[in-house]
Every structure is written in structure tokens, then in C-alpha cells.
Design a protein around this ligand. Structure first.
Ligand code: FES
Length: 62
């Protein structure tokens, strides 16, 4: 098992490196098939748990 590194992109997704699976809000397990995946942190993606760039259309509150 490798180390997992998570980096938060300001106003955007969580970039997850080295994960084998991601668990969503409903407890479903999603297999990770790439070295780095973008996980939605805004809650608006239509492809949860993955980021679909919808966050770019959300006004920033920061
Ligand atoms: S963070 Fe990109 S769609 Fe939610």
C-alpha cells in the first residue's frame, strides 16, 4: 500500500494522489484508476465523487 496525499485546491476539488478507492457521502466505494484524481469538494458536481468543474461556475465566498 502506498501513501495517499491530499491537496486542497482553493475554491476547487481535492486532488488525491495514491488512493486505491474513494468513499462517497453515501458510503459507496469508487475505485481509483489513475495516479491522481480530483474529488469534488463543492458538492455541486454531477459526477460525484469526482469533480466535473462545476465549481468554476460557483461564485467564490473567499
Ligand atoms: S469541486 Fe469541482 S465540481 Fe465540485
Amino acid at each position: 500500500m502506498s501513501d495517499v496525499v491530499v491537496r486542497q485546491c482553493p475554491g476547487g476539488p481535492l486532488l488525491v494522489r495514491g488512493a486505491e478507492t474513494v468513499l462517497d457521502d453515501d458510503g459507496n466505494v469508487h475505485e481509483v484508476t489513475r495516479p491522481v484524481v480530483a474529488v469534488c469538494a463543492c458538492g455541486k458536481s454531477s459526477r460525484k465523487p469526482w469533480c466535473d468543474s462545476t465549481h468554476k461556475s460557483i461564485p467564490s465566498t473567499r
